[in-house]
Design a protein around this ligand. Structure first.
Ligand SMILES: O=C(O)[C@H]1O[C@H](OP(=O)(O)OP(=O)(O)OC[C@H]2O[C@@H](n3ccc(=O)[nH]c3=O)[C@H](O)[C@@H]2O)[C@H](O)[C@@H](O)[C@@H]1O
Length: 435
């Protein structure tokens, strides 16, 4: 099966077989196939209609799955979907994914707030595979249990439904504070709650870090630069944010969260790390009750193109974004956490696209994947224009020289490679019926 596996080449043409690295005394390298077997795994097995051979259907699905994961399927949940009654018989896992065996001295107790979200769940997978003890807190506003359900019951794993606006007590060595909705329609859904989450959530987690002496990393955002007048954006740029606009709840929320973080650092000696994350895409972007396609551009475009619907470009499509694949971000976050760098660090990919060009790239990628995997030629979908959202930044590209210098980190994934994997993920989910 390995011969038909999907190969991914990095920006310099080298095959990507593992992600992560051993840096600052923390080894975060794992084989890409092991990660894929977690996020590309089917959630359930379709029951065959009465006139088909069930085992054949099952084998077909296994074969498709093995293309991505080289057969690493021993810990899949074999829950059964019954189309006649539209119900699922869930099963427990027979075996957990193998995790590294660390000595108690090496094993860290790590808290991940927002650990059931898009970025959080990928971080949890990585930290769990590396053998650490991971506690997730999440209020499931935009996160979902399904993203980390494969760890439930594992002795190194704990998941708590908790809202970070309330204090939380735990003993831990590192805190990754991710909790906050990040997609514009989600964070604007309840602006007061968003700013409360950023402010009170960060206050509570910094208080916890102060008491436990845990190292604290906050995921801030490129949005702290607002609609930037400087291009590309370096960490020393103070930004251009409308404090009363519809995006302010998120932008100003993250800005005040950074202010709080450095307040605790200067006043109380809390050991802090600040990551400013630029546009990121990848599997597990959640499709929630708030928005059928998350609302951010990558998942919107992929879902529209896969369903043959019109692709919605906001404004004239000349605004730019630079897109980073999730594995590069997780590498950057772990490197930052374990480094000595306490200044803010941009984590993003410098490959900048206009949104118009990006729509065409997604359309072509969906067409290519459908042809390669299913042998199906599909007619091109239309690209239509919709009004541009208020205060939508006109351009955005990270200056990642600080990350290169202090973390020895640079993105490896090309946008094309990341997109292909993400298209395959959504396509599988659509086929499975879980979208
Ligand atoms: O994806 C992210 O990581 C970032 O997403 C948002 O920032 P934004 O750049 O506005 O992200 P999108 O909503 O994905 O929009 C990107 C661009 O595409 C456009 N867009 C979006 C959706 C769509 O269907 N069509 C479309 O043209 C938007 O107007 C915008 O110009 C968040 O505010 C950031 O915090 C987050 O880090």
């Amino acid at each position: 099966m390995a011969s038909s596996a999907i190969r991914v080449l990095d920006k310099s043409g080298q095959e990507i077989k593992t992600v992560g690295f051993n840096r600052f005394g923390f080894d975060c390298e794992v084989p890409i196939d092991v990660l894929r077997s977690l996020y590309l795994r089917p959630h359930y097995v379709l029951t065959a209609p009465s006139n088909t051979d069930f085992s054949q259907e099952d084998a077909k699905e296994e074969e498709l799955h093995a293309k991505f994961t080289r057969g690493l399927s021993s810990y899949q949940s074999k829950s059964i979907f019954h189309p006649d009654t539209y119900s699922i018989s869930y099963t427990t896992l027979t075996r957990f994914p193998p995790v590294k065996l660390l000595s108690p001295l090496e094993r860290k107790r790590i808290l991940v707030t927002g650990g059931a979200g898009f970025v959080g769940s990928h971080l949890v997978d990585r930290l769990m595979l590396l053998g650490h003890e991971v506690t997730v807190i999440d209020n499931f506003f935009t996160g979902s249990k399904t993203t980390i359900s494969h760890w439930i019951g594992h002795p190194n794993f704990e998941m708590v439904r908790h809202d970070v606006v309330e204090p939380f007590m735990i003993e831990c060595d590192q805190i990754y504070h991710l909790a906050c909705p990040a997609s514009p329609p989600h964070y604007q859904f309840n602006a007061v709650k968003t700013i409360k989450t950023s402010f009170m959530g960060t206050l509570n987690m910094l208080g916890l870090a102060k008491r436990t002496k845990a190292r604290f990393l906050i995921t801030s955002t490129s949005e702290v630069y607002g609609d930037p007048e400087v291009h590309p954006q370096h960490e020393d740029y103070w930004g251009h944010v409308n404090p009363i606009g519809p995006r302010a709840c998120y932008d100003e929320g993250k800005r005040v969260a950074e202010t709080l973080t450095y307040g605790f650092h200067r006043q109380d000696g809390v050991d802090v790390r600040v990551a400013r994350i630029f546009n990121t895409y990848g599997t597990f972007i959640l499709l929630s009750h708030l928005n059928p396609a998350d609302g951010r551009v990558v998942s919107n475009f992929i879902m529209q193109a896969l369903r043959g619907e019109d692709m919605t470009v906001y404004g004239d499509g000349t605004q730019t974004r630079s897109f980073q694949y999730i594995h590069d971000l997780i590498d950057g976050l772990i490197a930052l956490m374990n480094s000595k760098e306490t200044r803010p660090v941009n984590i993003g990919n410098g490959d900048e696209f206009t949104i118009g060009d990006f729509a065409r790239l997604v359309r072509d990628t969906v067409k290519k994947v459908k042809k390669e995997d299913d042998g199906v030629e599909t007619p091109p979908v239309n690209i239509i224009h919709k009004p541009i959202p208020t205060d939508d930044p006109q351009k955005r590209r990270p200056d990642t020289s600080r990350a290169k210098e202090t973390l020895d980190w640079q993105p490896r994934w090309t946008v094309e490679m990341g997109l292909e994997e993400m298209v395959r993920y959504y396509k599988a989910k659509l086929t499975e019926g879980s979208l």
